[in-house]
Design a protein around this ligand. Structure first.
Ligand SMILES: O=c1[nH]cnc2c1ncn2[C@@H]1O[C@H](CO)[C@@H](O)[C@H]1O
Length: 479
């Protein structure tokens, strides 16, 4: 029969390969780890949470889990994959922003709403009721709770029965893009744009995050009289807000912007976008991190279609880092399914999602050799219907193999999730079950800074600060 010692050695070898498997834990960390293992065991056995449960149903169970509360207190380093207008809990948008002066609402024929701030009656829009000043509407209906709840419903995807409400990927993506449009009129009002970013950083900081990279469309912002501001204004606004925030919270390291455009644009528009990105990179080197495409990958153009635009920086000797979304798809063998390969050929710094990676063995090897990490966003992948049971997520395999990766949250506000903690919980409990331990979490949080776009010295300092925070977290969690 098999040699038991050889069996032991193989088990240890395999454990050492997985994410965090090679982390050496000190005595205190070992203590916390055994406590953590007990808590995990309890969550797995006592239920009713299971990684097969949709996040919208699982959330109230996760919220009561002691593992979750430990993860909330854990310093999480950086959030590297989040979208501009999906950062702030929508309660803030409704309770704070829509209660400001000069806020108008109109009701669309698709059961949704639009907002605008204006000093006078705004020009009416097609397929939308005439604009009503929210203050007058609220005075008229007296009790605004129902109205406010309907706004919250419009701004998120949250529902009791996600499978009934979103039967297909296309239907959930349609609602998803609609929700961004509802927020649009609020967050592009210039004063709100700044306040939104500040509040977003505050909510991320509160979730024990030190640094954020934001995928931002940088749309024109507007003033009460309709005057518009351009991307330079938005970048300066980001710079100013980040400075103000870090002055107030000195242990926060800041935020950087990955300029994004929709992948539905044509080749000429792409050239213009890449040129704009190069200019932003030149003018705002501290806060600008690079360039990416967004939107539903299956419906958009493949990366290879944009090859001329994407080759411009190299041709001009300009450094424009790429952070491409790729492989956020179930399609196989289509042009879009080549995006993973092309992202690497264009020297992407990281890969957003990479859900299709397991089906591309050569790309997988390349990304490992090039040390290009995959940004895994478990809740987003579940809500947008790439996977239902998280135990079937390709990240289970990637983490078992110790593939370079980071955990992020994509659009926490739309999923009613915390900045990063719910995604960490889902990844931790879903992708590894009892095979994960404190070392897994430690490697994930270190990865988040290691694979950030911070320049190397700042990165080193950031990891030092993180490790000090980590030790403090370990000690405090043992009390
Ligand atoms: O997971 C994602 N994949 C691709 N695009 C996304 C994802 N989440 C959000 N957006 C895109 O980001 C824009 C707001 O900045 C949204 O309009 C949406 O198209």
């Amino acid at each position: 029969g098999p040699d038991p010692r050889k069996r032991e050695a193989l088990i240890r070898l395999e454990a050492s390969r997985r994410t965090g498997g090679n982390m050496t834990l000190n005595e205190r960390e070992e203590l916390l780890d055994s406590k953590l293992q007990t808590l995990m065991q309890h969550d797995i056995e006592a239920g009713p949470f299971s990684p097969s449960m949709h996040f919208f149903k699982a959330k109230r169970f996760i919220d009561q889990s002691p593992v979750f509360s430990l993860i909330q207190k854990m310093p999480k380093g950086a959030a590297l994959h989040v979208h501009d207008f999906a950062m702030v809990d929508v309660d803030w948008l409704v309770k704070n922003v829509t209660y400001r002066e000069n806020c108008y609402v109109c009701f669309t024929d698709e059961q949704t709403v639009q907002f605008i701030f204006s000093s006078g009656q705004p020009a009416s829009r097609p397929r939308c009721s005439s604009w009503t000043l929210l203050r007058s509407l609220r005075e008229k209906i007296k009790n605004s709770t129902e109205l406010d709840n309907s706004f919250i419903g419009n701004l998120t995807l949250f529902t009791e029965d996600p499978d009934r409400d979103y039967p297909t990927q296309d239907s959930v993506w349609k609602r998803f893009e609609q929700a961004f449009l509802v927020a649009y009129g609020l967050v592009t009002y210039a004063p709100v744009f700044k306040d939104y970013l500040y509040e977003g950083l505050r909510q991320f900081y509160e979730d024990n995050i030190m640094f954020v990279e934001i995928r931002a469309l940088l749309p024109a912002t507007y003033e009460l009289d309709g005057r518009l501001h351009d991307k330079d204004w938005s970048m300066r606004a980001c710079q100013e807000v980040v400075r103000r925030f870090t002055a107030h919270y000195p242990d926060f390291l800041g935020a950087r912007v990955i300029f994004t455009v929709h992948r539905g644009i044509n080749a000429t528009e792409a050239v213009k976008a890449v040129e704009e990105a190069m200019e932003l990179q030149r003018n705002f080197p501290n806060i600008m991190a690079g360039f990416d495409f967004v939107g539903q990958e299956d419906l958009g153009r493949p990366l290879w279609y944009f090859k001329d635009a994407l080759s411009l920086p190299e041709g001009r000797g300009v450094n424009l880092p790429y952070f491409f979304h790729a492989g956020e798809t179930d399609s196989q063998g289509t042009d879009v399914d080549q995006n993973l390969m092309d992202a690497l050929l264009f020297n992407t710094t990281r890969i957003g999602h990479g859900f299709a990676l397991a089906r591309h063995p050569v790309v997988k090897e390349m990304s490992r050799k090039m040390d290009v990490p995959i940004e895994i966003c478990p809740i987003s992948n579940q809500v947008l219907k790439l996977v239902s049971d998280l135990r079937n997520h390709p990240a289970t395999v990637l983490m078992a193999e110790g593939h370079p990766l980071v955990i992020s949250s994509d659009d926490p506000a739309l999923f009613r999730a915390t900045a990063l903690s719910h995604d960490y919980y889902e990844a931790f409990m879903g992708f590894g079950g009892m095979s994960f331990n404190l070392g897994t979490l430690k490697e994930l949080v270190i990865n988040s800074l290691r694979y950030s776009s911070l320049p190397s010295q700042r990165k080193k300092d950031a990891i030092d600060v993180l490790l000090i925070k980590w030790d403090k977290f370990v000690v405090e969690s043992l009390l």
